[in-house]
Design a protein around this ligand. Structure first.
Ligand SMILES: CC(C)(COP(=O)(O)OP(=O)(O)OC[C@H]1O[C@@H](n2cnc3c(N)ncnc32)[C@H](O)[C@@H]1OP(=O)(O)O)[C@@H](O)C(=O)NCCC(=O)NCCSC(=O)C[C@H](O)C(=O)O
Ligand code: MG
Length: 289
């Protein structure tokens, strides 16, 4: 289920109880949506939000946007009902918070299948606890239905007793461990949210940091974060042109029996050509939006 260069530059959370936001999302330039039943929904509003979110996901009015439902965490009173409702709605994915072990993934998979979830409904696992960091590779590889890891940097900071600081030094170990797990298992991985919705410069700095680390996209909490996020996670025109030059130069070199060449003064080998092809495929997929 993974491996396709499907753009997931921007993945916007919205509170499942907020009807206006659910409606507004149909026109927002986001690659994917997470209709939230967990932290952004008060306990008294959970049941109503569940029905609202399931109807929105089943309604099929979100166009190219992937629609996912974030259920409440395993062990909470709402988890089983959320999974059943999500399975019946058949979204693109069910986002599971606070996944701490491969057994949790398998239990979610079994519950979705027992409730008749279609094959197209993937599992996205949130990696947001210290325990999950140490088991990230086993979690990521626990099921073929699991296609995406999602960083939960608010919960991670809370669990670590860490502060949110520019550069995210306290979180870098966890971010890197989850990234290694995603790449080791061929999964997509999304960066965590930036809480200050008015701080555009801070948001851009953190988004660029995530892209440079290797994330495939970022989770967001406000429509104002969409434009910079889509821009930063799309290959820039200069990268596209350089990728084309790399492929052309390497093809010419190999036709002459050489396995290495320079482009713009830098050594290019087969591995750089693979990366150039990945950039072009992503640019093409983004252009198709
Ligand atoms: C953060 C917010 C509470 C800010 O709300 P508000 O002050 O009302 O925003 P604005 O007035 O600027 O809103 C302008 C318009 O945009 C719409 N809007 C706002 N946010 C969204 C959204 N997320 N999706 C869709 N539309 C949105 C407003 O309705 C306004 O529309 P209009 O009236 O037509 O002008 C709010 O942005 C918000 O609730 N964000 C999402 C919060 C959320 O989902 N949190 C849970 C996920 S974060 C998390 O838990 C990560 C993880 O688990 C971890 O551990 O890190
Ligand atoms: Mg969280």
């Amino acid at each position: 289920m993974s491996g396709e260069p499907r753009p997931r530059r921007s993945v916007l959370y919205m509170p499942g109880a907020n009807e206006r936001a659910l409606e507004k999302a149909k026109t927002l330039p986001t690659d994917a949506l997470i209709l939230d039943l967990e932290d952004s929904v008060a306990p008294d509003a959970k049941a109503e939000a569940r029905g609202r979110v399931a109807a929105a996901a089943a309604g099929g009015e979100y166009g190219h946007r992937e629609v996912t439902i974030r259920v409440n965490a395993p062990g909470t009173p709402w988890h089983a009902d959320d999974l059943r409702a999500a399975a019946e709605a058949g979204p693109d994915a069910v986002v599971v918070p606070k996944v701490d072990s491969p057994d949790t993934v398998r239990a979610v998979e079994a519950a979705l299948e027992a409730a008749g979830a279609p094959d197209r409904t993937a599992i996205w696992a949130m990696i947001e606890t210290p325990v999950a960091m140490f088991d990230a590779r086993a979690i990521a590889g626990a099921s073929e239905r699991l296609t995406v890891l999602v960083m939960g940097t608010n919960d991670l900071a809370k669990e670590l007793h860490a502060e949110h600081v520019p550069g995210r030094a306290p979180l870098l170990t966890g971010l890197s461990m989850a990234l290694l797990a995603a790449r080791a298992t061929g999964r997509v991985i999304l960066d965590g949210v930036y809480n200050d919705v008015k701080d555009t410069a801070g948001f851009e700095e953190e988004t660029l940091q995530g892209r440079r680390m290797g994330f495939d996209g970022k989770t967001l909490i406000h429509p104002g974060q969409l434009e910079p996020c889509n821009r930063i996670y799309a290959p820039a025109q200069a990268d596209v042109e350089r990728s084309r030059r790399i492929i052309a130069a390497f093809e010419e070199a190999t036709s002459q029996g050489r396995g290495v060449v320079t482009v713009d003064g830098r050594m290019i080998e087969n591995l750089h050509v693979e990366e150039a092809r990945r950039v072009l495929a992503l640019a093409e997929a983004v252009a198709g939006r």
